[in-house]
Write a protein of this length. Structure first.
Length: 146
């Protein structure tokens, strides 16, 4: 599995720290930018990662902006993307188990690297429970057809 990762300028520093963790942990990733702390527009990167993951090019993604809010909104506009903005271990666990989240959204200005690494581990290692939750995820996807 190769993780798609992207950020805006406000998420750049945290993204670089996450990339260091992924590399040290021998977890494959593809960095889709931003590649510097120069100002960029978060919808461009959120949509890009949403498209890549939603289309199945990558099984999972990580997106980072100042709070994670804008990136998650942008990513969730893309077909097949299920981005979850998480701020705790429990939130990321439930996002995987119950919502089959395939993109983890983080806030570069609100998340420490220690918390980010913990949540990434949970995100990558927690399986979707399926069952009644699969019915609900299917209903979420049907909303985009309206």
């Amino acid at each position: 599995m190769t993780i798609a990762i992207g950020c805006d300028h406000a998420g750049f520093e945290l993204k670089q720290q996450i990339i260091d963790y992924l590399a040290q942990s021998k977890i494959d990733y593809k960095d889709y930018g931003a590649y510097s702390p120069e100002r960029v527009d978060y919808p461009d990167y959120g949509a890009l990662i949403g498209k890549k993951v939603g289309a199945g090019e990558h099984e999972k993604g990580i997106i980072i902006c100042g709070t994670g809010i804008g990136m998650s909104i942008a990513a969730n506009k893309m077909k097949g993307a299920r981005a979850a903005l998480c701020t705790s271990d429990y939130m990321v666990e439930m996002a995987r188990k119950h919502n089959d989240a395939n993109i983890l959204a983080l806030g570069g200005r609100t998340t420490t690297i220690d918390l980010a690494i913990r949540m990434i581990r949970i995100f990558l290692n927690t399986e979707f429970e399926g069952g009644r939750h699969a019915v609900r995820v299917s209903k979420i996807h049907s909303l985009s057809k309206r």
